[in-house]
Design a protein around this ligand. Structure first.
Ligand SMILES: [Zn+2]
Length: 469
């Protein structure tokens, strides 16, 4: 007897060369059988998914699920968006674990701990010793690796290079939001990060965000980025499809703390000051991230200014700063051998309300920018390989029963299943716990936090081994 039968759906699973009508039987959290016809009588429960797409659960390697980014609702928003596995790209790890335990929605989550001056390290130019101790401590507390937040809390270029080196020595995941004390988070920051990484394995986040027209026309910037990425080795990349970004509203002495916030204001024609930010929110260019009910939403106008002021300016803010052509080009670009230049479709979403991989990604399929199989590769299969999760990102027999059931015409998720359990169905979240993807050395800390670990070996993952699709 199977636990659950998904009956009559259109399965897209490029890893197993399936693209057609199949029934999927689930038992003990895994795909037990996949076949053109499995009798209803063989399952305790049957979900009729005829007319719907059945995809592997989305694997989003760039999300936010910490207190700063509406963590309490982030898990629910991910489950509703069809995401079954995600990676928080900032931490701090202790905060992400606490929220995962309290507000879990049944999904799997990894966490990168940010290398922030005043937090993990003392200054913008930490020594190798300080970095080694800080990174090792984060891994021992359950983090999968670390992230440099060069657009928000920049380090010196030399310190960026040391972070890459040490994270690689420790077999951890190393990621960067490009930027340093010398170069901004734009095409110059991207070039700098590529030069600093040398032969090290590094994840460069949200490539589209370096193509906003700061250096030249956004389309030419995307062409340049694609050329550089095509030449680079040992690189993991993602891009997202949303027009809005996500940054901080914090102002200190009348000036936005984050260089990204200042750059966005300039891009929108506003002064890069607290007063400029106030006007931007009032006029709708700055959109305050607000929790309303069980999700985060974007708010503008006088009410949003009041929220921002009441929080002492400490709120998340989004600006419509991502031009369309770089988003399209980076999602679709291939090298001469036909391989995708950017590995994965991610969102930089989670608690930032832009979990658009299904809603925007299926539009790309409709426009034939991507085939449906390509879409699944970039949104599910490849990112699972990058994380070393061989039982995820596909729907072969024996795989984890992580599934997204999608209405293609509406470009909406109907049902999300993780480890064989329905975690979201028709807008209602039923998942509760969180499993944490960690290294062997983080297992104890995850268990001590009351969470179930999924141990991955990055040495065997696409992060450290070839992963082209
Ligand atoms: Zn991010």
């Amino acid at each position: 007897m199977y636990d659950l039968l998904l009956k009559g759906g259109h399965v897209v699973d490029p890893a197993n060369n399936r693209n057609g009508r199949f029934d999927i039987a689930i038992r003990d959290g895994r795909i037990a059988r996949i076949s053109p016809d499995i009798a209803r009588s063989e399952a305790a429960e049957v979900l009729d998914v005829s007319g719907l797409l059945v995809l592997p659960g989305l694997v989003d390697i760039h999300v936010h699920a910490s207190s700063e980014f509406q963590g309490p609702v982030a898990h629910r928003m991910l489950a509703l968006a069809g995401v079954t596995t995600a990676m928080d790209m900032a931490g701090p790890i202790d905060d992400v674990l606490a929220i995962a335990r309290e507000h879990g929605a049944g999904i799997n989550l990894a966490c990168l701990n940010r290398v922030k001056p005043g937090e993990m390290v003392d200054s913008a130019d930490p020594s190798a010793k300080e970095l080694r101790d800080g990174i090792a401590a984060a891994l021992d507390r359950g983090a999968l690796g670390v992230k440099i937040m060069g657009g928000h809390f920049p380090l010196t270029p030399e310190a960026n290079g040391r972070v890459f080196e040490i994270a690689n020595e420790l077999g951890a995941w190393a990621a960067i939001h490009c930027g340093s004390t010398e170069n901004r988070s734009d095409l110059t920051g991207l070039r700098e990060a590529l030069d600093l990484k040398g032969r090290n394995h590094v994840h460069i986040a949200h490539i589209n965000s370096y193509c906003r027209g700061a250096v030249k026309d956004p389309q030419l910037e995307a062409i340049q980025a694609i050329e550089w990425l095509t030449e680079a080795e040992n690189l993991v990349t993602e891009s997202y499809l949303a027009v809005i970004n996500g940054t901080s509203g914090i102002c200190i002495d009348g000036i936005p703390e984050s260089d990204r916030t200042r750059a966005c204001l300039q891009q929108g024609g506003y002064p890069a000051t607290e007063e400029g930010l106030r006007r931007a929110i009032l006029e709708g260019f700055g959109r305050v991230n607000v929790i309303e009910g069980d999700r985060a939403v974007l708010r503008t106008g006088p009410e949003a200014v009041a929220v921002w002021e009441a929080a002492g300016t400490n709120v998340g803010i989004s600006f419509p700063v991502n031009p369309p052509m770089p988003r399209l080009m980076l999602a679709a670009a291939r090298d001469r051998a036909g391989r995708f230049v950017v590995d994965a479709l991610a969102t930089d979403g989670g608690g930032i309300p832009r979990n658009f991989t299904i809603s925007a990604g299926l539009r790309l399929v409709e426009l034939e920018v991507l085939t449906m199989a390509d879409f699944v590769l970039k949104a599910c299969t490849v990112p699972a390989r990058l994380l070393g999760l061989t039982a995820k990102g596909h729907l072969g027999e024996g795989a984890d029963a992580d599934v997204a059931v999608v209405d293609a015409a509406a470009a909406e998720v109907r049902t999300t299943i993780a480890a064989g359990q329905v975690v979201a169905h028709h807008g209602v979240v039923t998942g509760r716990s969180t499993r944490i993807i960690t290294l062997e050395r983080g297992r104890k800390a995850v268990e001590a936090a009351g969470l179930q670990p999924i141990v991955t070996d990055l040495a065997e993952s696409g992060f450290y081994k070839p992963h082209t699709a």
